[in-house]
Design a binder for this molecule. Structure first.
Ligand SMILES: Nc1ncnc2c1ncn2[C@@H]1O[C@H](COP(=O)(O)OP(=O)(O)OP(=O)(O)O)[C@@H](O)[C@H]1O
Length: 252
């Protein structure tokens, strides 16, 4: 589905992405992991034609992303809250996105319904603009809107960020189900190794812009390899993530 060929992006002297050849198959559920600055977001931005590569190309279903808009109909993505429209309410935003893909209001309502538990009564009917939502709820609005048109390719940068533990668990289940039921290609990046090994049968490890390992992950078999690389145990990873979430929630 996605073919990355000879792709390079530099910022000044710094090489952010440098991938010779990498194929992501239709139906893959791929986790992208790597330290801060490894190039995960830059790779997503290149795939989505939000950045121009210095050399090389990305094709989605044989469409060069720089040369045609056709891949946009079957692609959904949420990279950061720059994707949202701050002066709309979530309802207005969902209907606006739905309209772009030819969905009627009732169809949008039907597609939002499975996210009810995820939204936890805090997103719909709040009579407030997106700009006034917490970081976690903005994250939820972004994820839902990326999935609204049932894209064949779904790209989410750090989907677990800002979410409370129960929302993290719900979105993990929803993403797995989405991948299976729609045979969709789902790519997520995450610093949460525990969630990544739980959800992704394939994991790409990025270091200084290079995919240094392409790991098949059956029944969490990648856990040890990732623990060794990051020099942490997955248990520690859970603790660190939970602490971070608590800090984030307190700050909000
Ligand atoms: N617009 C930019 N201008 C200059 N340098 C940039 C820009 N965007 C990214 N970089 C650099 O490119 C490298 C890769 O950054 P990127 O954000 O893709 O990493 P990442 O793996 O997503 O990191 P993190 O886990 O911290 O989100 C970093 O060294 C970063 O400083």
């Amino acid at each position: 589905m996605i073919q990355i060929s000879n792709l390079q992006k530099k910022f000044g002297e710094k090489t952010a992405v440098n991938i010779d050849n990498y194929l992501i198959n239709q139906g893959d559920m791929l986790g992208l992991v790597g330290n801060n600055g490894a190039g995960k977001t830059t790779l997503f931005r290149l795939i989505l034609d939000l950045l121009q590569a210095d050399r090389g190309k990305v094709t989605i279903n044989d469409i060069d992303v720089c040369k045609s808009e056709d891949w946009k109909n079957f692609t959904g993505a949420f990279i950061d809250d720059g994707f949202l429209i701050d002066y709309l309410t979530p309802e207005e935003y969902f209907y606006f996105i739905g309209k772009m893909y030819g969905l009627k209001k009732e169809e949008v309502d039907g597609r939002i319904a499975p996210f009810e538990r995820f939204m936890n009564g805090e997103v719909m009917g709040q009579k407030k603009f997106i700009r006034n939502f917490s970081a976690g709820n903005k994250q939820k609005i972004g994820i839902i809107s990326a999935m609204l048109h049932h894209p064949q390719l779904l790209i989410l940068d750090e989907p677990f960020n800002f979410l409370d533990p129960s929302s993290q668990s719900i979105i993990k289940q929803l993403l797995k189900k989405y991948n299976e039921e729609h045979k969709a290609t789902v790519i997520i990046s995450s610093h949460n190794l525990n969630h990544t090994v739980d959800v992704c049968p394939r994991i790409a490890l990025l270091e200084h812009g290079v995919i240094i390992r392409d790991i098949q992950n059956e029944n969490n078999s990648a856990e040890k390899e990732l623990e060794a690389y990051f020099n942490v145990s997955v248990e520690e990873n859970i603790e660190t993530e939970t602490n971070t979430e608590e800090e984030t929630l307190t700050e909000e």
